[in-house]
Design a protein around this ligand. Structure first.
Ligand code: UDP
Length: 235
């Protein structure tokens, strides 16, 4: 299946860009990830990236301000990450476009589905910033939504600190068992915190497969396209 991925959504959490610090941006880590993305794009794979913002702000982490304001702050954080990814990818010689779900036309294009598709067909990497533009949602949900809209073959979820889906936190429990394959309903029933339930349901209702893998070693991205069975596949 892996070799046949022709159009993918790559979901990168904000933290994955922070180089293990959990906050801010780490140039070396970002360049490392981007170099692998470029390698994949040269294999004629259409790549759209949905980037999170947890390295700056997560809406639900504030008890002091209203959730909508807090989520707006989170969405703006994702735009910083989108621009940072764009800078590295362009430096490496690929054409890219950032499209944001909150209009900020001096900075990036607004999200327009047909335009995003056109960019992908022309071999440009499209980076989606500002999540879905809606509070109370996550960038995982955005990845599911955009995958459905652009008819992506799969959502590749690059996780930091873990290389797939486990029945318990492998960083705490050494006996945690890794799943090679799962169904969407398993994720919901077992309460596996790999993705929020809104995102999981959206994938389930639209039959969008997910592949969860470890992004700490960005070479894993290449391994997926070489057809290696890594991480956990959810369908
Ligand atoms: N967010 C939002 N709507 C969206 C996507 C994101 O309100 O459609 C906000 C939300 O506050 C979230 C923050 O942006 O906590 C950062 O996104 P996320 O937590 O998904 O980032 P990640 O954990 O992947 O870095």
């Amino acid at each position: 299946m892996n070799g046949s991925y022709k159009r993918v959504i790559l979901k990168l959490s904000g933290e994955a860009l922070s180089g293990g610090k959990g906050h801010g941006l780490d140039d070396k880590t970002i360049n490392n990830i981007c170099s692998k993305i470029v390698e994949i794009s040269k294999r004629d794979v259409q790549i759209a990236i949905v980037v999170g913002g947890g390295n700056y702000w997560r809406g639900k982490s504030s008890t002091m301000i209203d959730r909508s304001t807090s989520d707006n702050m989170g969405m703006l954080g994702t735009v910083i990450n989108a621009l940072r990814l764009q800078a590295s990818l362009e430096e490496m010689g690929v054409e890219t476009r950032v499209q944001t779900a909150i209009a900020m036309q001096q900075v990036a294009e607004p999200y327009i589905r047909r335009r995003a598709l056109r960019h992908l067909e022309k071999g440009r990497i499209v980076i989606f910033g500002a999540g879905s533009g809606l509070p109370y949602f996550s960038t995982d949900t955005t990845a599911a939504l955009r995958a459905a809209e652009i008819d992506a073959d799969v959502i590749l979820i690059g996780k930091q600190g873990v290389d797939g889906v486990y029945d318990d936190d492998p960083n705490i429990n050494p006996d945690a068992k890794k799943f090679d394959e799962l169904t969407y309903i398993d994720i919901l029933n077992l309460g596996l915190g790999i993705m929020d339930s809104t995102a999981t349901s959206l994938c389930m209702d639209n039959n969008i497969p997910l592949q969860v893998f470890g992004i700490d070693d960005p070479q894993n991205l290449i391994r997926i396209f070489d057809g290696e069975k890594i991480g956990t596949i959810i369908r």
